[in-house]
Design a protein around this ligand. Sequence first.
Ligand code: ZN
Length: 239
Amino acid sequence: MANVTRTILTVFAALVLMLSGCKKTVEGEQQRWDANVGEVRGQMAKYPGLKPALEARLARAQAIYDAAGSLGDEAKIAKLAEANGVIAKDFVTDLRGLEDKLKKLRESRVEAAAKAGDESSRLGAKVAAEDAAATIARVEATLATGAADEAGAAAVLEKINGDIATAQAAVDKVLAADRDKKDDAKAKADADAKAKADADAKVAPWKCTYCGAENTHEHGACASCGAPRGDAKADAKAK
Ligand SMILES: [Zn+2]
């Protein structure tokens, strides 16, 4: 029972923390700072070419962070928020989504390369897939070369993001066109099947509703009893 009470209290405390999260606190800014520093250090390990720029960024933000130490609560919160704003922007935040974007482009490239639509869509898919592959290679090379300073890194990431977006759009376009073509082909197959069923119905034999005799399609009236094809109801419907 004590465990249940504790669990409820913990959940309640978490909710209160979440709800009060919109208001900036020293603790909140401190946590953001720790997370941001951890992220930048992770980026240094992952992108050695960008290490000088990341180090410069960290040092610049760290100086602001250090200046917060001696301040009162209100001013401290503002200073810590400023440090967080300086460390986490442009190339640092751009690097966050980079792996996911590259992953998506790689997957789309594979999908486009595997497209086996008609000859024209296959060629378009091939071109887009090759462009995507070239873009991925170029992005990786650019990242490896990196940048010497913050401004350089910001420019590099802006370029990379633009290149990825362009290649992704080209591949998406090809994949969408391929889907449209498949839809069109299916619609045509459905229409053909219906036309064939209609044609078959026209030459199908019919059974007289009066005497039950089978008549071939060219008979407008029953060959056996002379009754007209179809009953009064069906005739009315046909008119
Ligand atoms: Zn008949």
